[in-house]
Design a protein around this ligand. Sequence first.
Ligand SMILES: *[C@@H]1O[C@H](CO)[C@@H](O)[C@H](O)[C@H]1NC(C)=O
Ligand SMILES: *[C@@H]1O[C@H](CO)[C@@H](O)[C@H](O)[C@H]1NC(C)=O
Ligand SMILES: *[C@@H]1O[C@H](CO)[C@@H](O)[C@H](O)[C@H]1NC(C)=O
Length: 329
Amino acid sequence: MARMLYCWLPVFCQLSGLQALSLDALARQSSIYYQRVQTELSLDQVAQLSTVESLKLIVHGFLGSRTHSSIQPLRNAYQAQGFEHLLIADWSPAANLDYPSSRRAVAKVAVVLAQQLEQFLVRHNVSSETVHIIGHSLGAHIAGRMGRYFNGTVGRVTGLDPALPLFTPRSEDSLKANAAQFVDVIHTDYPLFGDLTPRGHADFYVNFGRAPQPGCEEVDLLAASKLLLEAYSCSHNRAVLFYAESIGLPKNFPTIPCSWKVIRGSSSCLDHLSEFHLNNASLVEAIVNMDDGQVVYMGEQVTHSATSHYYLETNAAPPFGQGVNAKFD
Ligand SMILES: *[C@@H]1O[C@H](CO)[C@@H](O)[C@H](O)[C@H]1NC(C)=O
Ligand SMILES: *[C@@H]1O[C@H](CO)[C@@H](O)[C@H](O)[C@H]1NC(C)=O
Ligand SMILES: *[C@@H]1O[C@H](CO)[C@@H](O)[C@H](O)[C@H]1NC(C)=O
């Protein structure tokens, strides 16, 4: 069943001709860059850091690069908030192959990047607890594998629509909750590029985690037909846009808890809210009737005590979040 899903898009079924040796060589060309507002530095050019309370590392996905439009919103949002210590990984040499080869490179790339990050942390006496790795698509699995390199001591890993094709819930090199002290995952593109498998401590199923996301109804088909040129489908990228929006608007994505069974069947999360002792008349009412401290907000400021599956709906265009305030003003 799962195999059939992988293969309805020809790109996932191509046989990879790339030899392991050349894949290793391409993976070794991966690097991390330290971002300044107008410029960037390689890690060994970073002379001295002001006190580091939090360090973000962004990891792009298949066919991406550190300047690719798919991750640019994250960089822009952090910089707009004056965020100081921002790193972006670039594994474009191994990301711009056929999909099966790029997917096979995940673990190799992760170790190369993790070693560079480790050296940087040691040199600047920064604890891995302060590190937050945010990965999109295949980059989410790389982030997960990097977290395990640090034996789960990394503070947080965020997976933005972790890639589905050629992964199973058990794949050794896939994102899992053991990647960091806190792992949050946003699902937006099942069954195209994204999966529904719960992979973190908190998993967010936006509009049931499925394609097409609101506003993507026509674009997704277009993207699928132009796949080789335009690997990023609209719904797959929504995870990035939601997260980027949450950086400036931390309470814009209130959620309700929902059981995994209901999410998998995409029946109504509202029908089951009484199981959580919540008002079940509507999504908005359920949220309004929760104490603020009880609401789990998806995104940058998510509470690290979140340990469940969460459901929310979004608008078709920015601002995507239906923050309770936005709705009632
Ligand atoms: C490294 O950081 C720790 C805790 O932040 C501090 O106690 C220690 O003195 C620092 N070591 C050096 C060599 O700066
Ligand atoms: C992770 O644990 C292994 C085995 O105990 C150890 O050899 C390795 O140095 C640890 N890695 C890090 C980054 O702390
Ligand atoms: C809300 O929960 C009550 C009690 O469990 C149930 O009787 C009712 O049908 C639910 N309403 C909706 C709209 O799901």
